[in-house]
Design a protein. Sequence first.
Length: 346
Amino acid sequence: MSVVPAGSRILITGGTGSFGRTMVRRLLEQDVGEVRVLSRDEAKQDEMRRQVGDDRVRYHVGDVRDHDSVLLASREVDFVFHAAALKQVPSCEFFPLEAVRTNVLGSTNVIEAAQRNGVASVVLLSTDKAVYPVNAMGLTKALMEKVAQAHARNNPRSPTVVSCVRYGNVMYSRGSVIPLFIEQVKAGRAPTVTDPAMTRFLMSLADSVELVEHAFQHARPGDVFIRKAAACTIGDLAEAVCRLFDVPAKLDVIGMRHGEKLDETLASREELVRADDFGEFFRVPLDARDLNYALYVSEGELGESTVAEFNSANAPRIDVPQIMDLLLTLPEVRAELASTDPVLSC
């Protein structure tokens, strides 16, 4: 089923990353007219060009920090998926202004360019780290969401619908811990774990892309869509990888890194008070009140004390066997297992 009209042109910023590549493949299965990939890395673009081999994909070398790059890439485009970002928590802690330039100002460029070019819908990729943020990456992603919501609030007649999707950890995406664990166990080393009791949400790239498609079809200005997910401890995740590769489940505990939290939150208590629950996801609508707060003083906001946040500590918990089953659904994990087993690789 096509989620965008036949012949549509779609721009994906950060299109050579894990999300971008998956989104490109998904769109090419449909009757799209053109998919544009905007990224800074020409080497990755060349590699992707050879792997994809589809002349409907057009590659633009540029940076979301540069408004003109985004303006040119989004010309005559119908939909934009904004995945370009600085995502590594420790590097953003050391270079927070770089995170601001990409995640906040770059996102602003994407939204403004899309509006100038009459784009129908812009979906921005956010993260659970944007909720109750304690690190620079989460803070900048939270500001990105605020920029998107402010655009909707300040431009009620804009033809461009700007919305966000928010995820937890996406398995086997660039920089995620699963490829690291697999690399370590295949090299005969114990997986390095910051804190075995740390909890994180787990979801597949395919599940994540489905929510982007839903946002393209159904988003209203300023909406934030949140994909619900099961959670696990990092210790259980590392043990599941060890069991899959039939090695002893020994962990190398190294302690929490810069800017990390013990648990992550996908939806805050304040958001859930006004969110719509659609089973597999929440939709948090725009708070469209204006600056005349006096009108709301007598009414206030009710119900916050009875609602709990949705975090990786109170989310449905999966155990080691369930994690193993989930990992085996990933083509990348199956390929790694096949490469270590002559029988599986035949």
